[in-house]
Design a protein around this ligand. Sequence first.
Ligand code: DOR
Ligand code: ZN
Length: 335
Amino acid sequence: MKTHKLLMPLDMHLHLRDGVMLENVAPLSAYSFSGGLIMPNLVPPIQTLEDVKAYKERIMATIPNDYFEPYMTLFYKNYDKAFLAMAAPHIMAIKLYPAGITTNSEGGVSSFKLDEMRETLEAMSILEIPLCVHGESDGFVMDREAEFMSVYELLAKNFPKLKIIMEHITTKEAVAMLEKYENLYATITVHHLYLTLDDVVGGMMMPHNFCKPIAKRPQDREALLRVALDAHPKVMFGSDSAPHPKDKKESSGCAAGVFSAPIALQLLCEIFDKHNKLDNLQAFVSDNAQSIYKICPEFKEVTLEKRAFEVPQSYANVIPMYAGKTIEWAIQSVE
Ligand code: DOR
Ligand code: ZN
């Protein structure tokens, strides 16, 4: 049987939520990943050091038997220098949301005024705290990411020492930006390597494929595939696995988010294998993130095998991407 080993897989964009949902989903990520960059969009958002420390403890309490490092983040606001110096040892990055653009982002940034952001972004540059950005404008939904490129340019130009991560990129425009500015990096999800808008609304409306940013055109997906399959050194895997209870997805107002964490590595193996690029998967799913974030995760080896695997219909009250579908790779063992 064909197998493939991955060392220290990392998920550099992960929503674990809180409470019962956290207890349900965190062990699933901890099983197959060495660590993950934990998103701060709780209600209320993670904005103090106490929040960071307490949330990390709640995460750790749900995974007593697995080694898993939650790399913590703060929800962006215009923090002052003194606070950031104190926070730096406890966080891996700060996540910026444009206000109201997605789930629990109401407290985000409502206009990108450099003078207001300067102290924070300069301090982050000096302290080497990367800025992770949800890059969408408030325009037409298919154009939101492309329209946001001007904001990335503004930030990248004005803060050349700031590492800026374009989160969950979905367009060829974002891929092109990687070459334009040295300090721009990106995460790519597994669902955006598989889905286009057709898989969301092309036939029947598929709520479990609905997320922000929404899946785009085939040519956008091709552009993402190109840099992911080549493990471009400025891109890394971030699932943006974003669980919502079934009734919030299968509802007249469907929450945005694809829950992919438990099948992410399997789907990555499948698509890298299909393109004869399995040799590049290690870099995409771990090595690039280790260099970009300067992290050194503890040892974990995941062995995957090429055999039919039926994706569970649900994980408690959360429906995963491709529920009930047979995919081509499965996890054989984790050491
Ligand atoms: O689809 C999404 N879901 N996109 C986001 O940016 C947030 C996430 C969530 O928290 O549910
Ligand atoms: Zn996210």
